[in-house]
Design a protein around this ligand. Structure first.
Ligand SMILES: Cc1cc2nc3c(=O)[nH]c(=O)nc-3n(C[C@H](O)[C@H](O)[C@H](O)COP(=O)(O)OP(=O)(O)OC[C@H]3O[C@@H](n4cnc5c(N)ncnc54)[C@H](O)[C@@H]3O)c2cc1C
Length: 384
């Protein structure tokens, strides 16, 4: 298709990769394909009939209706075993269990057999742990939006969880806020490249001479403040290090790996997209329930009437907190982080050089200190 006839989709810099355009195209004429940085972008093919629907439903091209300020809670799951495997206070699992008990289905991000991050649909409690924990890579949605519509059409209740841009993409694809759909956006300060993650995996396999079989990006460890990055290999053996010292953690902390739009993200605000928002509660005073903080406390924002109704039904431990306290400590609620100068050099090298050279040049510990950022809290330590 020539440029003059192609629909005017959002620019590369602002496209979130939500895929609403591709999912909503009546002719299946838009394919989501990786660019040289390893992120998926829409590509319009010759099957396009120029109906303009893709442009019409793009969430970035449309101003959202502002919502009233959310209500903030410190919240946690009382089940310590579940909570220990969750990224924050394990609130997502309670929410998901509630929906499944009610006969509904739950969509969220999981690792597939190749350890790529994809959205899946969970219908029973024994599959739920696949959705547990943060996967520090942009999740691929595939046909998720049409599957959500399929279950809603069947009259089933659906919980969709994901980044705010994914939630917004779903609403724009559906063209409405169906009553049976509950959405939960995660607080997100940017998604790292799936392409880089694929190379990190290959490089671990090369070094260990074994295939990585299971990964935990942000494992909690008793007595440690920061999270651990853990990999189990086929046939035995593992890698277990502070996330802060892993190559992925260093790349994230240096802000080298984020999708371009994340540096201009319109969703890093208190005006939330989902019915509920979940994050790590970092801004609590040190003397506020230190034992619970040690285990992880979620920041839960109630953003809509539907979200408030669900919140009342959940068997949560919770306490109302000032929204200003939560917002002050979490950039995901205030403003996107700027890209570092080395970002373009990193991706230039990524596109042209063997990954072994890229990791040696950009993903090793160095004495350069990066600016304070949310990831410092997740990683637990100052970069050296
Ligand atoms: C890329 C990324 C950036 C983040 N940035 C922030 C931040 O700036 N501030 C903050 O407070 N917290 C951040 N988090 C953490 C996130 O907010 C927590 O995962 C969330 O609070 C849920 O915690 P939980 O204990 O209730 O459930 P958990 O069991 O920890 O998380 C499960 C939930 O996270 C979703 N999820 C996991 N990985 C992804 C992914 N790659 N894409 C979409 N959804 C995913 C699942 O669908 C599920 O809904 C980030 C997480 C990710 C993946």
């Amino acid at each position: 298709m020539t440029e003059s006839t192609a629909p005017q989709l959002v620019t590369h810099l602002r496209c979130t990769g939500c895929g609403a355009c591709a999912a909503g195209c009546p002719k299946g004429a838009i394919h989501m394909l990786p660019d040289r940085e390893g992120f998926l972008y829409p590509t319009v093919t010759d099957a396009c009939i120029r109906c303009g629907h893709c442009v019409h439903i793009c969430p970035v091209l449309k101003q959202r209706e502002p919502r009233p300020e959310p209500t903030a809670f410190a919240a946690w799951n009382d089940d310590d075993a579940v909570r220990s495997r969750s990224g924050a206070g394990g609130v997502f699992m309670l929410l998901a269990e509630f929906i499944l008990d009610d006969g509904g289905v739950v969509f969220g991000a999981a690792l597939d057999e190749q350890l790529q991050v994809r959205h899946i649909c969970v219908k029973s409690k024994n599959e739920l742990p696949r959705l547990q924990g943060a996967k520090l890579v942009q999740s691929q949605l595939g046909d998720t939006y049409s599957r959500v519509r399929h279950y809603l059409d069947q009259g089933r209740r659906v919980l969709f969880s994901g980044t705010p841009c994914q939630v917004d993409g779903l609403y724009r694809y559906l063209g409405e806020h169906p009553e049976k759909l509950l959405t939960c956006d995660i607080l997100c300060s940017g998604v790292p490249s799936p392409g880089v993650w694929e190379h990190v995996l290959h490089s671990m396999a090369y070094i260990k001479r074994k295939k990585p079989q299971a990964v935990q990006f942000c494992a909690k460890c008793k007595g440690e403040k920061g999270r651990r990055f853990r990999v189990r290999f086929e046939g035995g053996g593992s890698y277990d290090a502070p996330l802060a010292k892993s190559e992925l953690g260093l790349g994230i902390k240096r802000r080298l790996l984020l999708r371009p739009c994340c540096h201009h993200c319109p969703y890093m605000t208190l005006d939330r997209v989902g019915d509920l928002s979940l994050g790590d509660y970092w801004g609590l005073p040190k003397d506020y329930r230190p034992e619970e903080q040690q285990k992880g406390i979620s920041l839960l924002l109630v953003n809509s009437v539907k979200g408030a109704h669900m919140f009342d039904l959940l068997p949560l431990k919770k306490e109302k907190r000032p929204l200003s306290e939560a917002a002050a400590a979490n950039p995901a609620l205030s403003a996107p982080v700027q890209p570092p100068e080395e970002r373009s050099a990193f991706f230039e090298a990524f596109a042209q050089q063997p990954f072994q050279q890229v990791r040696t040049r950009f993903l090793q510990p160095s004495p350069i200190r990066s600016k304070p950022h949310w990831w410092h809290k997740l990683l637990g330590k100052k970069e050296r």
